[in-house]
Design a protein around this ligand. Structure first.
Ligand code: BGC
Length: 811
C-alpha cells in the first residue's frame, strides 16, 4: 500500500479534505477543488480573496477566448487565451468597523475545507480569532449548479462565539481581473476585459457587464445577496459601492453571541454567445430574479449529481484509488458535461480550471472520449463537432503547408487556426527557444481515431454520415498527400514532422525543423488510410455517393490511399524493435538517471539549452511516443497493421520495444506514465500498475508538485478511467458487440462497473478470482457479449460467472 499523504476521506471515498490552511498549497487546492458544470468553472478561491501571491480566484466559461497582441523580445505575437472572467465570489464582512475578514489576517483556531464529490459541494469551516480577541465560527458552502448551468451559489453561516455587535457585509461582482495565473506568461499582455455596465438590479441585487477586447463577447454577472437571522430573511440597510468594472453591496446586520446568521449569494453568468437568450445581460438579470434560494438551488443541484453518479460511479479497492477515480470522474464532468454539448468547446488540457497552455485544445480529448462515449454520447459527440466546425480551418492549414485534405492544428482555440507559439521562454537560460511543436501533425490521426472510437461505441450512424465521414476522408487525404514515395525502398515516407515526444523537433544541425518517419505518425497515418476504406462499407449507398460527389473522390484516389496504407515506411532498430524515428538510434546516449539525480524534476530540454547544447542530439524523450500506438490500439491491431505493410512483428518484439523506449523517457508530461500504464497492461501488468498508481495521484498528491495550480491534468485524470475500463477490464466494442478481455493487476482487490449499452444494463464485478456479469432484469431482451473471444448470451436477469485467468485474478 502506498504511504502517500493524500487528502482523501478513506471512510467513504467521497470527499477530498484539507484540515489545515496552507498558503503555499492554496493555488493547487483552488484548481483541485474547483467547481463547475461543463458551462463554467469557478476555482476554489476564498470568496474574500483577490488575486495575489497566494490566491487566484479564476472563473472560466467553456471555450471563451480572446486574442491579445504582445511585443516580445523575439517577435510580436497574437495569443488567444481562455479568459479569466469577472469574479462572482467576492463576499466578506467586518465586525464593528474593523478589518475586512480575510483568512490570511486572523488567527486560525481550526480549519477544514471539504469537497463533497457526491453532492458537488465545497465546504470551508474556519474557527478564528481576530485582533480584538473576538472568536467566530464560519461555515461556507458553495456550488456551481449542475442543474441550472448559469447559476452558482454561496452561503456563509457565521456564529459569534464570544461577542455580539454589528457586522458589515460586502458582496461584490468584480471585473477588475486579468489573466495572471501563469507566471511564465508575464511578458505577455493580460488585460482581456473592458468594462461596460455596472448597476443595481431591481428589485434586489447588482449586475455587471464586461466585454472581451477582441472577440467582442459580452459577459454579464448578476447577483443577489440575502441575510437570514434565525432562518428568516432580514430586511437590512444596504448601500452601493461602485467603481469601474466593480459593483458591491454593503449590508449592515446585528449579530448576537451564539446565534448564527446566514448570508447567501446567488449569481448568474451569461455571455452573448449563449443559446436561448435575446441578450446575455437581460438573461442574467432575469435568472437572478427567478433564482431559487440557496437551499432549493442546492437540492436541485444534488439531485442532478445523483443522476450523474448513477451513470458513472464505479467501485474499486484499495479505497484511495476509488477516491482518486471519483475525483477524476467529478472533474471530467465539471469540464465536459451535457451542458457543454451545445457549446462550441473542445477538451482543454488543464480543464477550465486554470490558465496553463492558455486553455488551448491539444490532443487530450483522446483520453476522455471512451469514458464519455459510453456514458454521455451527446457530450462526446460535441467534442467531435468542435473539430468538424473547424474542418475548413484545417483545410486551410493543410494548404498552407502545401498538402491536400485537412490538417488539424496542434493547439487550437476559437477559430481552429494554429495557436502553438513559435518561441517558448526558458527561465533557466533567460532565452527564448524556437518551438517547432506545431509540427505534431499526428494530432490528425487522433481526430480520425476518435471518430472511429465514438462510432464504434455509440453506433451513431447519423453522426458518421453527416460529420464523421467527411472528417475521416479529409484526414486520410492529408496523410496520402504528405506521404512521399521513396523509390529506393519502394515505401512511402512522412518527413518534417514532430512525434508526441516534443524534445525532438529537428535533426542536429539541420536548417529546417522536423524529423522523418516517426513510427507513431506513420503507423497512425496507415491506420487512417485503412479505416477510411472500412468507412465506405459502413455508409449507406446514397451517403457514399454524396460524399464522393461533394469531396470529389475518385477510384484512383482511393486506390492510391490503399497503396500508401500498404507501403508506409517503418523504421526498426538493429535489434528489431520499433525505432522512434529515422535516425533516433544514432543519437548520442543520455544518462537520464544521472541527470535526474543532479537536476531533480527540471525539464531536460531547458537544462540542456541552458548548457548551450541541443536536446535534439540526445537519446532522451519527453514522453511516451511509440508507446502511444499500444495505448490506442490492441497488440493484434498493431501487428495486423505491420503485417499489412509487410513487416513481421510479434508480441516479444512489442514487449521489447516498450521496454527499450521506456528507459530513455523522462516522463515530463503527465500523459507519459498514463500512456505506458495502458500500453503495458497486456505485456507487463506489474509495471503497468506501478505507473497507474503514479498517474492516479498526479493532482491529489501534494508531493507530486506537477503544476496543478495552473489547472488540473484532465487527460491524465480521464485516462486513468480509460485504463480501468479498457485496459484492465478489457472492454471493447467490436462489430457492435461488447467484448471483454480482462487483465487485472493483482493489486486491484475489488472492481465493479455498471455499463449501459444501447438498451442493455450490465453490471460487471470482480469477486476474488471470478468475474460476474449480470444482466439487469429490466433489459428488453437477450444481450450477447464476447468473453475472451467466446460468445455468451445473457437473458434479462441472468448472472454468469467466469474464472479469471491466473495472472489476472487476486485475493
Ligand atoms: C504534452 C502534450 C499534451 C500537452 C497538454 C504537453 O506537455 O507534451 O502531449 O497534449 O502537454 O496536456
Amino acid at each position: 500500500m502506498p504511504t502517500r499523504n493524500l487528502p482523501c476521506n478513506l471512510d467513504d471515498a467521497w470527499s477530498i479534505v484539507f484540515d489545515h490552511y496552507d498558503p503555499a498549497d492554496e493555488g493547487r487546492r483552488e484548481a483541485l477543488l474547483a467547481l463547475g458544470n461543463g458551462y463554467f468553472v469557478t476555482r476554489a478561491a476564498a470568496p474574500e480573496a483577490k488575486a495575489d501571491d497566494i490566491h487566484y480566484p479564476g472563473i472560466y466559461r467553456a471555450g471563451l477566448y480572446n486574442r491579445l497582441e504582445s511585443h516580445l523580445e523575439v517577435e510580436s505575437v497574437q495569443e488567444e487565451s481562455l479568459v479569466n472572467l469577472p469574479n462572482w465570489l467576492p463576499l466578506t464582512f467586518r465586525i464593528e468597523g474593523g478589518d475586512w475578514f480575510s483568512v490570511d489576517q486572523v488567527e486560525i483556531l481550526s480549519y477544514r475545507q471539504t469537497l463533497d464529490l457526491r453532492q458537488g459541494v465545497l465546504h470551508r469551516e474556519i474557527q478564528f480569532c481576530d485582533r480584538q480577541g473576538r472568536q467566530t465560527r464560519l461555515h461556507e458552502q458553495r456550488l456551481v449548479s449542475m442543474k441550472q448551468p448559469h447559476l452558482a451559489g454561496l452561503q456563509i453561516e457565521l456564529t459569534a462565539e464570544n461577542w455580539s455587535g454589528n457586522i458589515e457585509i460586502r458582496s461584490a461582482l468584480d471585473g477588475q481581473v486579468e489573466n495572471n495565473n501563469v507566471s511564465r506568461y508575464d511578458p505577455y499582455h493580460d488585460q482581456h476585459l473592458v468594462p461596460a455596465i455596472a448597476e443595481p438590479l431591481e428589485p434586489e441585487g447588482i449586475w455587471l457587464m464586461m466585454r472581451t477586447s477582441q472577440s467582442d463577447i459580452d459577459i454579464t454577472l448578476a447577483a443577489r445577496t440575502r441575510v437570514s437571522i434565525d432562518d428568516q430573511v432580514a430586511e437590512l440597510e444596504r448601500t452601493l459601492d461602485q467603481e469601474a468594472a466593480y459593483m458591491a453591496e454593503r449590508i449592515q446586520a446585528q449579530v448576537e453571541q451564539g446565534r448564527a446568521i446566514a448570508i447567501e449569494k446567488i449569481a448568474a453568468l451569461y455571455t452573448s454567445r449563449d443559446l436561448a437568450i435575446s441578450n446575455g445581460a437581460e438573461a442574467a438579470r432575469e435568472a437572478i430574479q427567478f433564482a431559487p434560494n440557496f437551499n432549493d438551488l442546492l437540492d436541485a443541484h444534488q439531485r442532478a449529481w445523483q443522476q450523474l453518479w448513477m451513470r458513472c460511479d464505479l467501485d474499486i479497492a484499495p479505497v484511495e484509488y476509488l477516491c482518486a477515480m471519483r475525483l477524476h470522474i467529478f472533474q471530467l464532468l465539471q469540464t465536459v458535461s451535457l451542458h457543454t454539448a451545445d457549446i462550441d468547446a473542445g477538451v482543454p488540457a488543464r480543464g477550465w480550471h486554470g490558465e496553463n497552455y492558455r486553455g488551448h485544445i491539444f490532443w487530450d480529448e483522446t483520453f476522455v472520449l471512451s469514458f464519455l462515449s459510453w456514458r454521455f454520447p451527446a457530450a462526446a459527440r460535441s467534442i467531435l463537432l468542435y473539430r468538424y466546425r473547424r474542418l475548413d480551418a484545417a483545410r486551410y492549414l493543410a494548404r498552407k503547408y502545401g498538402y491536400q485534405g485537412a490538417l488539424f492544428p496542434w493547439r487550437s482555440a476559437s477559430t481552429g487556426r494554429e495557436e502553438t507559439p513559435l518561441y517558448q521562454f526558458n527561465p533557466l537560460s533567460g532565452r527564448w527557444m524556437p518551438d517547432h511543436t506545431h509540427l505534431q501533425h499526428h494530432i490528425n490521426a487522433i481526430v480520425a481515431h476518435n471518430v472511429w472510437l465514438y462510432y464504434n461505441i455509440t453506433r451513431d450512424t447519423e453522426f458518421l454520415c453527416e460529420y464523421g465521414a467527411e472528417l475521416l476522408v479529409e484526414i486520410a487525404r492529408f496523410w496520402a498527400s504528405i506521404a512521399t514515395y521513396n523509390p529506393e525502398c519502394d515505401r512511402y515516407e512522412i518527413h518534417h514532422v514532430v512525434g508526441p515526444d516534443e524534445y525532438h523537433t529537428a535533426y542536429p544541425h539541420a536548417d529546417t525543423p522536423g524529423i522523418n518517419n516517426n513510427t507513431y505518425t506513420n503507423l497512425m497515418a496507415a491506420w487512417t488510410l485503412c479505416h477510411v476504406q472500412k468507412l465506405f462499407d459502413l455508409l449507406p449507398y446514397s451517403r457514399r455517393n454524396e460524399l464522393w460527389h461533394t469531396l470529389q473522390l475518385s477510384q484512383d484516389e482511393l486506390d492510391h490511399w490503399d497503396g500508401v496504407s500498404r507501403k508506409m515506411q517503418v523504421i526498426f532498430n538493429q535489434d528489431g524493435t520499433l525505432s522512434q524515428y529515422e535516425g533516433f538510434e544514432q543519437l548520442q546516449e543520455f544518462d537520464l538517471q544521472q541527470f535526474e539525480q543532479q537536476n531533480d524534476d527540471q525539464r531536460v530540454d531547458w537544462v540542456i539549452e541552458a548548457q548551450g547544447k541541443d536536446i535534439n542530439q540526445y537519446k532522451v524523450a519527453k514522453q511516451a511516443d511509440v508507446a502511444m500506438l499500444f495505448f490506442l490500439l490492441s497488440d493484434a491491431e498493431v501487428s495486423d497493421l505491420l503485417e499489412r505493410l509487410g513487416y513481421e512483428f510479434g508480441r516479444s518484439q512489442m514487449q521489447q520495444t516498450l521496454k527499450c523506449h521506456f528507459q530513455y523517457t523522462a516522463h515530463q508530461s503527465s500523459l507519459s506514465n498514463l500512456v505506458y500504464a495502458g500500453a503495458l497492461a497486456t505485456f507487463d501488468i506489474e509495471k503497468s500498475w506501478q505507473l497507474f498508481d503514479q498517474v492516479s495521484f498526479t493532482d491529489l498528491s501534494p508531493e507530486a508538485n506537477t503544476g496543478t495550480e495552473v489547472g488540473i491534468h484532465l487527460g491524465a485524470m480521464a485516462g486513468t478511467l480509460h485504463i480501468l475500463q479498457h485496459c484492465y477490464l478489457g472492454l471493447e466494442i467490436e462489430n457492435g458487440k461488447i467484448c471483454l478481455n480482462p487483465c487485472f493487476p493483482n493489486q486491484l482487490e475489488r472492481f465493479c462497473l455498471n455499463l449501459h449499452h444501447r438498451q442493455h444494463d450490465l453490471q460487471i464485478k470482480k469477486v476474488g478470482t471470478e468475474l460476474n456479469i449480470a444482466a439487469a432484469p429490466t433489459n428488453p431482451n437477450t444481450v450477447q457479449i464476447f468473453y475472451q473471444g467466446e460468445p455468451v448470451k445473457l437473458q434479462p436477469g441472468d448472472l454468469k460467472t467466469f474464472q479469471l485467468r491466473q495472472a489476472d485474478a487476486s485475493g
